[in-house]
Design a protein around this ligand. Structure first.
Ligand code: 5GP
Length: 214
């Protein structure tokens, strides 16, 4: 499904997905991007080392700590946070352009970043927290990820419950039991949020024309 033809003109929204590692958020994000042409991914900047298979500029912009600090000082980030010992941040430029052009931006960021966006840009934010169906499921998905060391996996498992405790700060909660249903649920959220009156910035003119051209 893509967005219905837009006759009115609207401001883009920021769709934030957060979850503990291993809840299937990355697969859900890929599906949403594939199936909805009005959605684009925000590419974060990070000081984390690139994992095998990750592409510079597509998965992340990989930088060293000094460059990240310069970007902080230059106020280049919409939000940034330290997650699992590395820094991650969302560069402002691309997001601002997309929103003004009426395109929606998908974010895969943690609860700290979501809180910062909620403080600065609440009206543009739609936040979704993805929960795994069970602890066993989470453990399985984390241990199947070959890319990280056992120590990193254990560390992430320990942090999952901490991460989950932030679910109340989100607008919507989706349990990822069956990915097709989780994706369909988020598409339904997106469809409704796009129709919110306040986002339809061309509405006044549109209605004016409707009323005067009779
Ligand atoms: P990973 O290293 O596995 O790619 O990501 C680790 C965590 O960092 C994930 O929870 C992800 O959502 C979060 N993350 C990725 N990019 C950003 C960002 O730009 N800002 C914040 N606050 N968190 C991010």
């Amino acid at each position: 499904m893509t967005e219905p033809i837009n006759l009115i003109g609207r401001r883009g929204l920021m769709l934030v997905l957060s979850s503990p590692s291993g809840a299937g958020k990355t697969s859900i994000a890929h599906r949403l991007l594939e199936e909805d042409s009005a959605l684009e991914m925000s590419v974060s900047t990070t000081t984390r080392k690139r994992r095998p298979g990750e592409v510079e500029g597509k998965d992340y912009q990989f930088v060293d700590y000094e460059s990240f600090c310069i970007m902080i000082n230059n106020r280049e980030f919409l939000e940034y946070a330290k997650v699992f010992g590395n820094y991650y941040g969302t560069p402002k430029g691309a997001v601002t352009k997309a929103l003004e052009a009426g395109r929606d931006v998908l974010f895969d960021i943690d609860w700290q970043g979501t809180q910062q966006i909620a403080d600065s840009k609440r009206d543009d934010l739609v936040s979704v927290f993805i929960l795994p169906p069970s602890t066993r499921d989470l453990e399985l998905r984390l241990s199947q990820r070959a890319q990280d060391s056992a120590e990193v996996v254990a560390n992430r498992m320990a942090r999952a419950s901490d991460e989950i405790s932030h679910y109340r700060e989100y607008d919507y909660i989706v349990v990822n039991h069956v990915i097709d249903i989780a994706v369909a649920s988020i598409k339904a959220i997106l469809a409704a949020e796009r129709l919110k009156r306040d986002r339809q910035v061309g509405l006044t003119d549109f209605v004016k024309k409707l009323r005067t051209s009779q």
